[in-house]
Design a protein around this ligand. Structure first.
Ligand SMILES: Cc1cc2nc3c(=O)[nH]c(=O)nc-3n(C[C@H](O)[C@H](O)[C@H](O)COP(=O)(O)O)c2cc1C
Length: 312
C-alpha cells in the first residue's frame, strides 16, 4: 500500500499502518513485535479511566512501555469528561503523547454504562469528553464505529463533531455496533467522513492482506489503515503492508515470550503465550494436536519447547 508519514498534533507518525487496540492482546510485547515489523503506531488495550482513578492493579501491566517500543498511543474508555481528563493527566499515561478515546466498544457491560459505543448515541457528551481531554495537553484521537445499527448511521456528523471538539485524528471502524466484528465494512461511510473533515482519518475493518489495505484506502480515500484481528494470526502482516523484512516464526515467538516475561509474571506469560501460539499455529499441519499440547503446557519453557518443534 501507499505509505506515508502522518503529522498528528506536534508528533510525526512514521507511517500510516496502525495496530489496533485489542483488549487482552496489545500489551507491551505484542506492540513491540508489531512495531518491529513496521507498524507506524500501536495502541494499548483499552484502559478504564475510572480504573486509573481508583488505582486498579492491572493498569500497571496494560500501560507498561519503554524506550524500545517508541511512539505508542494509549486508549482509554469512560463516560465522565472530568474522569477521562484526569486519566489523560495521570502519571501512568505520561509516556504516551497520544491518547485515544474509545467510542466503539460493543461489549454489553461497557455499552450499558454509557461508555464505548454508547457515546455514538450521545454526541454532545462525546464532544464534551474530547473538549475536556484536549485541555490535558495530550494529542487526543477518537476511535468510533459508523453507528449503533444500519438504520442510524452517524459517521459523517460524528466525524465533524470530533474534529470540532479538538480531536487530532479519528479512526473509523466501518461496522455498526450491532454487527460486532462480522460482516462487510461500509467503506462509503468512511469515505463520506473523510471528505467532511481536515484531520487524518484512519480506516479500520477487514484488513487481512496488503490487497485489502490497498482496496480500503482507495475506496475510502482515508489517510491510513488500522489492522486488528489479522495481526493476532500473524504480526508479520505489517511486514507485507510496509515492505519490512520478515523473520521466521520461531524467532518471532521467542522474542514475544521474552518480552512478555519482562513485564508479566510466569503464570500470565504461560497463559498468554499459549493463546498466541494457538493463533500462530493455525493452518500448520497437525495444528489441532499442537494446540492440545500447548494448552497443557505449564511454563514458558514448556511452551518454547513445543514452539521449537513446530517452527524450529
Ligand atoms: C479481541 C478483540 C479485542 C478488541 N479490543 C478493542 C479495544 O480494546 N479497543 C478498541 O477500540 N477496539 C477493540 N477491538 C476492535 C478492534 O480494534 C477493531 O476495531 C475491529 O476488530 C475491526 O478490525 P478488524 O476487522 O481488522 O479486526 C477489539 C477487537 C477484538 C477482536
Amino acid at each position: 500500500m501507499r505509505l506515508r508519514a502522518l503529522k498528528v498534533g506536534n508528533v510525526t507518525i512514521e507511517n500510516n499502518v496502525f495496530l489496533a487496540p485489542l483488549a487482552g492482546y496489545t500489551n507491551y510485547a505484542f506492540r513491540r513485535l508489531c512495531k518491529g515489523y513496521g507498524a507506524g503506531l500501536c495502541y494499548t488495550e483499552m484502559v478504564s479511566a475510572k480504573g486509573l482513578k481508583y488505582g486498579s492493579e492491572n493498569t500497571e501491566e496494560l500501560l507498561y512501555t519503554d524506550e524500545n517500543e517508541g511512539l505508542t498511543a494509549a486508549q482509554i474508555f469512560g463516560s465522565d469528561p472530568a474522569i477521562l481528563r484526569a486519566a489523560c493527566e495521570h502519571e501512568k499515561l505520561q509516556p504516551f503523547p497520544i491518547v485515544d478515546i474509545n467510542m466503539g466498544c460493543p461489549v454489553p457491560k461497557i455499552y450499558k454504562n454509557g461508555e464505548g459505543s454508547a457515546l455514538l448515541e450521545n454526541p454532545i457528551l462525546a464532544e464534551n469528553i474530547v473538549k475536556e481531554c484536549v485541555k490535558s495537553g495530550k494529542i487526543i484521537t477518537v476511535k468510533f464505529r459508523i453507528g449503533i445499527n444500519g438504520d442510524n448511521l452517524i459517521t459523517e456528523e460524528f466525524a465533524r463533531r470530533m474534529e470540532g471538539a479538538g480531536a487530532s485524528l479519528i479512526t473509523i471502524h466501518g461496522r455498526t455496533k450491532d454487527k460486532i466484528y462480522a460482516g462487510d465494512v461500509n467503506y462509503r461511510e468512511i469515505a463520506a467522513a473523510k471528505r467532511a473533515v481536515q484531520i487524518p482519518v484512519i480506516a479500520n475493518g477487514g484488513v487481512f492482506s496488503d490487497t485489502d489495505s490497498v482496496w480500503l484506502l482507495e475506496e475510502t480515500g482515508a489517510d491510513g489503515v488500522m489492522v486488528a484481528r489479522a495481526a493476532l494470526f500473524d504480526p508479520q502482516i505489517f511486514c507485507a503492508l510496509t515492505n519490512t523484512p520478515t523473520e521466521n516464526r520461531l524467532e518471532m515467538f521467542q522474542k514475544q515470550l521474552k518480552w512478555t516475561g519482562q513485564v508479566c509474571d510466569e503464570r500470565f506469560t504461560t497463559v498468554f503465550m499459549r493463546k498466541m501460539a494457538a493463533f500462530y499455529v493455525k493452518g500448520t499441519r497437525g495444528a489441532a494436536a499442537y494446540k492440545e499440547r500447548l494448552f497443557q503446557a505449564q511454563s514458558p519453557d514448556e511452551i518454547l519447547a513445543i514452539a521449537q518443534e513446530i517452527w524450529g
